[in-house]
Structure formats: C-alpha cells, structure tokens
Design a protein around this ligand. Structure first.
Ligand SMILES: C[C@H](O)[C@@H](O)[C@@H](O)C(=O)CO
Length: 547
C-alpha cells in the first residue's frame, strides 16, 4: 500500500479523426468581450464551413458561458481549465476577433503537442488582427511552432489553400522572400555613428523606467533583463501607484498651466459633461497632473526612457495615460520644472516612450532617439497597433492606429492638428483625452524588436505615410476607432500577407525622416547600432543600407 494517494492530471478526452479543437483568447475586460462576440461567432461559422468543406469538424473546447454571454477565455485560470478539455495531440485552432491577453492561453499552448493554427478575420471593427499578432509574437518568443492565417471573408483561394495545407500537413508555409540579412556594412559616417552610439550605450548604460511590467498579457513585449542588459539598458521597476501618489503632489495651478499651454498651441478638446461617456476638463486636468508627475519621477530616477502599462490597474483609478504619454514623447511641450524650480526637465527633447510598457518598444525608442538626435532629426517615434488595412487606388494602405496618442509632431499641423476625444468607455472607464489626428505624409522608418530563439532580433523597413482623401480617412476611422490617431502607411516592398506572416508583435515602431535619402541613412545608422549591440538585424522589403 503506498503511503500517499498520488495525484494525477485530469484525464483529457481522446483524439477524434478529422477534428480540430478551437479556442479563443479574450480580453480581461468583459465589455470588449461582449462587444466582440458577434464578430467572433461570424468568424467561427466561416471556419466551420471551410473545415467542413474539407471533411473536418471543429469542436469548440469551451461553450458560451450563459453568465457572460460569450465564449472567450477571459483569464489565465480559465485557460488552464479549458485546456483540460483538449487532447494534447489535437490539431488546435486559436481564433481571434478581439484584442486578447496572450497569457490566457500561453500556458496551455506551451505544453500542447498537436499542430497549432492562429487565425483572425482581416477586419477593422475589432482588434482581432492586433490580438493575433501579439499572440504570434508570444509563441515565437516561447519557441513554440505554430502556423498562422487570416482572411477578409474566408472565401479567397490563398486562405483556402492555407487551411488545406494545415489539415493535410499540420503547417502553412508563407513567403519570406522579402526578408534579407544585414549585408557587410560599408565604411560610412552613418555606420561609424551607429557603432559609436552602441559603444557609448554599452559603456555608459541607460535606464528604462517601467511603471508595472507586463501590460495586457503581452508576453511578447516583456524582454528579460538577460537580453536587455547586454545592450546597456537596465530596468528601473517603478509602480503605477507611485505615479498616482506623485500626481497628488502636483498643484492645480500647474495642471491648469499644462491645459492652457495645449489650448494656446492649438489643440482642441471635444469636451462634454457626462463623466461616464464624455471627456471633461476634470479628466484632462488629471492627465496634466500625470504628465508633470511622470517627468518629475523620470528626473528623480535619472530615466532615459519610460513605459506605463495603464490598461490594468491604473485604468480603475484615473483617466488614460495617453495624453501624458503623447506630449512627453514630443520635443515641443508644456514646460515642467524640477521640484526646486531650477531646471526645465528634458527641455526641447522627447522622452523615449514605451506605450503599454512594451519593452521591445522601449529598446527601439531609445535607440531611435539616440540615432535621430545625433543626426539632428526629430527623434519623436511611436508605436502603432497594426490594426487593419485595405487597398486604395491599387495600393495596399495599412491602418496603423495606436489606442490613444502619438507625439503631436507626427501631425502636419502639430498641436493644431490634434484633437482630444474621450477614450472609449468600453476599454477606459474613467475616460481621459486621446491625441487624435492624422499622421502627416512623409518618409518613415518602421521596425520591431522581438525575441526569437532566445535572442533579440530587429526587423527594419522603410515606408511612406501618405495622405488619403478626408472621406477615406473618415471611413477608416469609422471602421475602427475614430478616437485614436491614425497613420496611412504604405510599406515598401512588403505585401500585406508577407508582413502579417512575418511580424512578431501587435505593435510596429514608426519614426519620420525629412526625405527618402535621409531616411535610408538614418535606417543605416540604426541598423549599425543594433548590429553592434549584438541584435540580429533583418532588412525587410526595400530597406537598404546607404553606401
Ligand atoms: C484598447 C485596447 O486594449 C488596445 O490597447 C489594444 O488593442 C492594443 O493597443 C494592443 O496593442
């Protein structure tokens, strides 16, 4: 008789032939899950049809919960339980129509032994594509093999061929002919600059101040110290509660001074009176406090870059961080003095900013800032969500649209092109102003830092932000989130599907250069800096090293 009753894992159901299991990771917040459920149901019906045509069944691992009215996995615990209903060897579809918190499903996916397919609807109305890309980045970081595919209406041949390949072989191959290794670097001033900046960073080091690490389940956006420190970048782990406490010490006069400055510089706000659904002056004044508090804490800790997660925790305490983040990340902004009044903090300089505490962004923002400053360029750079896109006049134009703010220098009219709309009550119960506007036409360098095979990599590309007719901009806004800033981006030498298949994050990083030749030179210096820091550089599409 053994002395103990030995525990054993829950018994999983048996595999069934020609059957794929299906799960969907959701938001932690119930409102977006409820709102996205009809879109998810439509997608799942299309998937059932496509698999059915191939003689396959799809079995949903968890039913719709009558209490919530949706079938999303809405917590890590729920994810663990749902996975006990999935055979470990089963073909598994992760279907995403909403923004999702990857950690809800990553534990189950990590030990899953069957083929994994991530799928999204290529639609703007809910950020399912954004969720898909975040999840793909997480699986890549984990070293977990997966296939991925997307479709506008689930009838196109490319999609059907992909699904056929997955059911027959367990994988889908995508075209990566647009990805090029970094060639030997020429002896140019830009390469010398990039290498010198890398040597300075590793020798003198820099600090990234992160107000609560790990935003919205974005496992892909947590860069371990072991990978970040060799670049010379060290984390200062700060708390969002310290930010809230510091906000209480800011005087009402100082907060009002920030709002007055913004109004004097042409920013407009869509003010209303209902706190629950409209933007109010009270919300903006709290955001002004956050802006001042952020710079003072950055000064106290000698930070070189900042990130705030906001969308967990702080969202239940105060209005959105976006207004503070957008202006802190802009060279021209309301002056903030040190506590003793002797210095204007970061005068004339953007503070490199990692929205949503995305640490791939933190590295990129800091490096971009240093390269662009050294070249005498506006270094204000920002992430955007890779939200959606459609052709316009025969060219595929991406909707890059981050959920709140960009530096106002990204707008043609600067602050005068910025309007403050109330953040969406569905995600941001306590409101706060966004910085809404259209990113100006111009040459851009885009990038993404990510983890693959336990190493840091960066994809570097070139693109153009373009102007679209006002009615097309409005159509794209209405099809997505009209309160958020938008960039109409054309990526050079990369098709929609090449980009989707390759990109390892929900975010892409964007920075302007005054013309194409300068953009190529700045990209070259940035590539040289990353390379000298030991990051594997990939040139995407038409990106090239300037000689
Ligand atoms: C409001 C939403 O949670 C967004 O913040 C989300 O879609 C993202 O921005 C993900 O990058």
């Amino acid at each position: 008789m053994p002395a103990y009753t030995l525990p054993s894992p829950v018994t999983r159901p048996a595999l069934e032939p020609k059957t794929a299991w299906l799960i969907s990771s959701g938001d932690l917040r119930e409102a977006p899950n409820r709102s996205g459920w009809p879109i998810q149901e439509r997608m799942e019906a299309e998937l059932a049809r496509v698999f059915g045509d191939l003689g396959w069944n799809i079995r949903r691992a968890n039913p719709v919960d009558p209490a919530t009215g949706h079938g999303f996995i809405s917590s890590q615990r729920m994810g663990l339980e749902v996975f006990t209903a999935i055979p470990e060897e089963a073909p598994l579809i992760v279907a995403e129509a909403v923004w999702q918190y990857s950690h809800h499903v990553l534990a189950g996916l990590r030990t899953h032994r069957g083929p994994i397919l991530t799928v999204a609807n290529f639609e703007g109305d809910a950020p399912g594509l954004v969720g898909l890309l975040g999840l793909n980045g997480g699986l890549t970081k984990m070293g977990k093999p997966y296939s991925s595919i997307w479709s506008v209406d689930f009838t196109d041949e490319w999609f059907l061929d992909g699904i056929r390949s997955w059911v027959e072989t367990g994988s889908i191959a995508h075209d990566d002919s647009h990805v090029h290794p970094l060639p030997p670097l020429p002896a140019t001033d830009e390469v010398a600059l990039g290498r010198a900046l890398a040597a300075q960073l590793t020798a003198d080091k820099a600090i990234f101040g992160v107000f609560d690490e790990g935003c919205m389940g974005m496992y892909n956006a947590i860069i371990d110290d072991e990978l970040m420190n060799p670049l010379g970048i060290y984390k200062e782990r700060l708390s969002q509660s310290a930010l809230w406490a510091e906000m209480q010490t800011v005087s009402e006069d100082d907060a009002r001074g920030v709002l007055d400055w913004l109004l004097e510089h042409g920013m407009t706000f869509a003010f209303g009176s209902d706190e629950a659904t409209e933007l109010t002056e009270r919300q903006v004044l709290l955001q002004a406090r956050m802006y001042i508090a952020l710079l003072r804490i950055a000064d106290d800790f000698g930070l070189d870059a900042i990130g705030i997660q906001y969308q967990q925790g702080l969202k239940d305490i105060c209005p959105a961080s976006d207004l503070a983040e957008g202006i802190v990340n802009n060279a021209e902004r309301p002056p903030v003095r040190s506590r003793d009044g002797s210095r204007v903090l970061w005068e004339g300089l953007p503070v490199p900013l990692a929205n949503e505490a995305d640490e791939g962004v933190a590295i990129d923002a800091l490096i971009t800032h240093r390269v662009w400053q050294a070249m005498g360029l506006d270094s204000a750079n920002t992430l955007h969500d890779v939200r959606w896109g459609e052709e316009f006049d025969g060219t595929f134009v991406w909707v890059f649209e981050i959920s709140g703010s960009v530096p106002p220098s990204h707008f043609a009219e600067g602050y005068a092109g910025a309007t403050g709309w109330r953040q969406n009550p569905m995600y941001f119960p306590l409101g706060g102003s966004t910085i809404k506007g259209v990113s100006k036409a111009g040459e851009v360098v885009w990038s993404r830092v990510y983890i693959q095979d336990a190493r840091l990599h960066v994809d570097l590309g070139r693109g153009s932000a373009i102007d679209l007719p006002a009615e097309e901009t409005e159509r794209r806004w209405q099809a997505t989130n009209p309160e958020w800033p938008i960039m109409h981006a054309v990526l050079h030498g990369v098709t929609r599907d090449q980009f989707m298949a390759r990109h390892k994050a929900n975010h892409a990083q964007l920075v302007y250069a005054p013309d194409a030749e300068t953009a190529d030179r700045a990209l070259t210096a940035k590539a040289a800096m990353f390379d000298a820091l030991g990051v594997t550089v990939h040139l995407i599409g038409d990106a090239r090293i300037a000689s």
